[in-house]
Design a protein around this ligand. Structure first.
Ligand code: GLP
Length: 251
């Protein structure tokens, strides 16, 4: 099987421009596009560039539907660590997306299992994901599908690995050292499942920096294994990697 298409840009800014250019062009081609969207540090400049393109060229987001890959359990949209707040800050506030077409799991839903089911149903009702934009964890996670014995197909509540939790909340991890009660904070999150992600018609994976190099090597250069969830992308026929030179291993 043919491997993924790779676009290697000189640095983070160039990578972000490439990624934004591809997403922007896809929206222009398909104004009713259904996107899956990531958070984290990687896509920040891609979102900034998409907002700049919207202002500069008038790309119309009014028919686009978005589904975020994940959201923390127990936080509402006003919580500063929520992905809802992140998305408003980096993208939703800067383009003309219709609020009713921007979807994230509800971190405060009283019945998490029911909320996961509802979210999966909403993706299906929208006709599935056309383009899933993804980041990747240094341990190979996608969304919050962490390495383990199994992977789950549908949207579900996942426990963050110790590594991911420490990385995402370094301050919280420090205070938990003296206040063990805090170890339970922001430990669980809704995530699209691997099936939800793999059913997307196209996948655009963004990665920058040397710390992602090994994760990419294991994802595409080895066996498909639940111990490295991103390796499941080998099973998808339309994956594009947009990388900087450091992540691609070019010096
Ligand atoms: C986070 C998110 C993922 C994200 C990944 C990489 O924990 N749940 O959706 O893609 O880890 O994050 P970063 O881009 O900050 O390296």
């Amino acid at each position: 099987m043919k491997g993924p298409r790779r676009i290697v840009a000189a640095d983070y800014d160039a990578m972000s421009r490439q990624a934004a250019g591809l997403i922007d062009a896809t929206i222009r081609e398909s104004p009713r596009l259904v996107l899956a969207l990531p958070t984290g540090a990687t896509p920040v400049a891609t979102y900034a560039e998409l907002v700049a393109l919207h202002h500069r060229t008038g790309t119309d987001w009014s028919g686009v539907t978005t589904f975020n890959l994940d959201e923390y359990c127990g936080v509402g949209p006003e919580h500063p660590q929520s992905y809802a707040a992140y998305m408003r800050r980096h993208l939703f506030g800067g383009v003309n997306l219709a609020p009713e077409r921007c979807h994230l799991p509800d971190g405060l839903a009283p019945d998490p299992a029911e909320e996961a089911k509802r979210y999966e149903g909403a993706v299906e009702a929208a006709g599935g994901i056309d383009l899933a934009v993804l980041g990747v964890g240094v341990n190979g996670h996608l969304g919050f599908n962490e390495p383990g014995d199994t992977l789950i197909a549908a949207t579900h509540v996942a426990e963050l690995s110790e590594e991911t939790w420490r990385r995402n909340f370094p301050q919280l991890a420090r205070s938990a050292a003296t206040d063990p009660a805090r170890r339970g904070e922001l430990r669980r999150a809704y995530t699209m499942g691997m099936g939800t992600i793999l059913r997307a018609r196209g996948i655009l994976l963004l990665a920058n920096g040397t710390e992602k190099r090994l994760a990419l090597e294991r994802a595409f250069g080895g066996k498909v294994t639940t111990r490295h969830p991103a390796s499941a992308l080998q099973l998808h026929r339309d994956v594009t990697l947009v990388l900087d030179r450091a992540a691609a291993g070019h010096g």
